[in-house]
Design a protein around this ligand. Structure first.
Ligand SMILES: [Zn+2]
Ligand SMILES: [Zn+2]
Length: 360
């Protein structure tokens, strides 16, 4: 059987290939893609800014798929829910080896043997495609019966990433005063988690009115545009939360100048959690004295664990009827339109774009 796939042959060269679709291996599964999420990091992978990749690769690490065939021995998902052909699943694209120091001793990601991509000519889990072949060991979770696939796809790998950040750097608590820099999917996910946790103030800074509106719909209590100068942004934040300042700042902007501003915005006893600077290589000056006089902790996190995908799935489904999550999917593209999807995502004009193989 053949299926279409969007293949990155080398940086900035994207082609649609017909690839052979293999039967699942024992312990694995073959799914047809329902929605493949277009992620900001895909833009960095496209341009080569994210470093060397094992080209040619099938793009896409976020997906909702329908079970076509289950590998030998598979009767449940990775959390014990019974599975049958036709069920929808959401998967963690990062298989853990369970045979390295990070996996078995530290219980930390990234796993030292993670293969994020596979050669496009081999059985493949890239989600800009008609099918994804999930190998044995790649965790997938069944969507509940009433789940809206768009509500789960809307925050893609961003909601697991934000959950991972709070898991690593400490949770949001009732009454916290939170600032979120950036209202792309990672920032929106941080807003959603903070709101559900009972944060008192959730102040969001972004340059896009459309994204700030989305932040407000998920629970932001105040939004600030980038047309407001940094000094004025700081004044607005401190007027809102009081002289001790915010006690959690989340960086989800993905641009280097956000970092010194985040240190400056941080209040006393603050945690500054860096999630968005994965693709931003470079340095920025800060005043290290701020760390001592503010009792400030700066932390980072990367690579969500399978449990964060499971938690994200069920959080999204539990909120899908109360919050406009599905509406965050703002643009749909066919498998052969991936270049357009990435161009639009790079421009910042999307809330969330997805690959929908039914579109041609
Ligand atoms: Zn992603
Ligand atoms: Zn490992």
């Amino acid at each position: 059987m053949l299926g279409r796939a969007s293949v990155l042959v080398k940086p900035n060269q994207l082609e649609t290939w017909d690839v052979e679709v293999a039967d699942p291996e024992p312990g694995g599964a073959l799914v047809s893609i329902v929605l493949g999420g277009v992620c900001g990091s895909d833009v960095h992978i496209l341009t080569g800014e994210a470093g060397e990749m094992p080209f040619p690769i099938i793009l896409g690490h976020e997906g909702i798929g329908r079970i076509e065939k289950l590998g030998a021995g598979v009767t449940t998902d990775y959390a014990g829910a019974e599975l049958k052909t036709g069920d929808l699943v959401y998967w963690s694209p990062i298989a853990l080896c369970h045979r390295c120091y990070s996996c078995t001793v530290l219980d930390e990601t990234p796993c030292e043997n993670t293969r994020f991509f596979e050669d496009a000519s081999k059985p493949n889990w890239g989600s800009y495609a008609d099918y994804a072949w999930l190998p044995n060991g790649m965790p997938f979770y069944r969507l509940p019966e009433h789940a809206q696939p768009e509500a789960v796809a809307a925050l893609g790998c961003a909601l697991p990433t934000a959950l991972r950040g709070f898991d690593r750097c400490g949770p949001v608590r009732l009454g916290d005063k939170v600032v979120v820099q950036g209202a792309g999917p990672v920032g929106l996910s941080a807003v959603l988690i903070a709101a559900q946790a009972g944060a008192r103030d959730i102040i969001v800074i972004d340059g896009s009115p459309q994204r700030l509106e989305a932040a407000a719909s998920l629970g932001a209590t105040r939004t600030i545009g980038l047309d407001v100068a940094p000094d004025e942004r700081r004044r607005i934040v401190y007027d809102q939360v009081g002289k001790n300042g915010p006690n959690i700042v989340v960086e989800a902007a993905g641009v280097l100048p956000a970092f010194p501003e985040g240190v400056d915005l941080s209040g006393n006893h603050c945690r500054y959690i860096i999630l968005g600077l994965w693709g931003a290589i470079g340095t920025q000056p800060i005043s290290p004295r701020d760390l001592t006089i503010k009792n400030l902790t700066i932390g980072g996190a990367t690579f969500p664990k399978p449990k964060h995908y499971y938690e994200a799935l069920h959080l999204a489904v539990s909120l899908q009827d109360r919050l406009p999550l599905g509406a965050l999917v703002s643009h749909r593209f066919g498998v052969n339109q991936a270049a357009d999807a990435l161009t639009l995502t790079k421009s910042g004009a999307t809330l969330k774009a997805v690959i929908d193989p039914t579109i041609s």
